[in-house]
Design a protein around this ligand. Structure first.
Ligand code: ATP
Length: 312
């Protein structure tokens, strides 16, 4: 008999990637410290952290390129490195080794043959990254952005379900970053799950559904970009400030109001803007500006890592 419980996919199968207390030590140094993260199928997951935080080491464990010291990981329902998973994963990690004297197309053909894939795959992958026109040129003549896109094309050979991209925007100029962002959004729209690492939050906040923030080997948080940025702040510029402060404290509570650079910062639902404005106006305070304010991901990141430092 089939019950509802029997047919519901267990979380580890529903997830594209999940890790449980994944840890990597190099001697005394803990490069990755008990990381438990989940990448859901179909999402773009940003793995964020400064240089040396442990991103590449985590991705290498997920791909089965290095062994975890302890903990576990499941990738597309398999253990890392299992052939059944590898054939459904495309990865760009630490720059692929391309032959400089071969064209982009021939480089991909070499990789495709090695993996038993037909040349159609090469043309498809080149088109995905918009390199078809330059595919006949030697790799060494490519700009950094083109080299990165060829790396993504290599990861795309065989149309993998899951793409793992380690710092795909590293070293790119703003135009290259914007091209890469668009490419990732297109791949996600086409149904690929994307796990990408970055140390630049501004680069991933537009393209990622969820982010995991890692600092010194530890996963500090995992949340949607909206959750991280928080929508619960109102900024008020009003005159006279003292009277405005008193009114705001009365309306939203003493602890929810602070003054930053002559502006009142209210930690409340922005839906209270009308009520706050009415109270200020009836107290004969001039309201120059009242607006909701989100934290930038950079602010969130620095606040979180600062808290983490304090706890050490
Ligand atoms: N093979 C190794 N032997 C010793 N230590 C290592 C090794 N690989 C990584 N580490 C250390 O582990 C830590 C995490 O490195 P990792 O490359 O994973 O960070 P990252 O977040 O990817 O940073 P980056 O963006 O600079 O690559 C660093 O302190 C690094 O020096």
């Amino acid at each position: 008999m089939t019950t509802l419980t029997d047919t519901a996919a267990p979380p580890e199968v529903a997830a594209a990637v999940s890790t449980q207390l994944l840890t990597k030590r190099y001697g005394e140094h803990v490069a990755v410290d008990a990381v438990s993260l989940t990448v859901r199928r179909g999402e773009v997951y940003g793995f964020l952290g400064p240089n040396g935080a442990g991103k590449t080491t985590t991705l290498r464990m997920i791909l089965g390129l290095i062994r975890a010291t302890s903990g576990a990981a499941t990738v597309l329902g398999q253990r890392p490195g299992a052939p059944a998973a590898n054939s459904r994963i495309g990865a760009l990690i630490e720059g692929p080794g391309f032959y400089p004297y071969l064209s982009g197309r021939d480089n991909l053909r070499v990789l495709a043959r090695y993996r038993g894939l037909a040349d159609d795959n090469v043309e498809w992958a080149l088109a995905q990254v918009d390199l078809t026109d330059r595919a006949g040129d030697r790799f060494r003549s490519y700009s950094l952005g083109m080299k990165q896109r060829l790396g993504v094309a290599a990861a795309l050979l065989g149309e993998p379900e899951l793409l793992i991209l380690d710092e795909p925007t590293n070293g790119l100029d703003p135009a290259g970053v914007s091209d890469m962002r668009r490419l990732i959004a297109d791949l996600a729209a086409a149904g690929h799950t994307v796990l990408l690492s970055s140390h630049l939050l501004s680069e991933v906040q537009e393209v990622c559904d969820r982010v995991g923030v890692i600092s010194r080997g530890r996963l500090i948080t995992e949340a949607t970009v909206t959750e991280l940025r928080g929508g619960n702040r109102l900024l008020v510029r009003a005159d006279p400030l003292d009277a405005a402060l008193a009114v705001c404290m009365r309306v939203v509570g003493d602890n929810a109001v602070s003054v930053v650079d002559g502006t009142l910062r209210l930690l409340v639902d922005p839906g209270l803007a009308a009520e706050v404005t009415r109270a200020l106006v009836s107290a004969e305070v001039d309201v120059h500006e009242i607006r909701p304010s989100e934290r930038s991901l950079e602010e969130v990141f620095f606040e979180m890592t600062a808290t983490e430092e304090d706890q050490r």
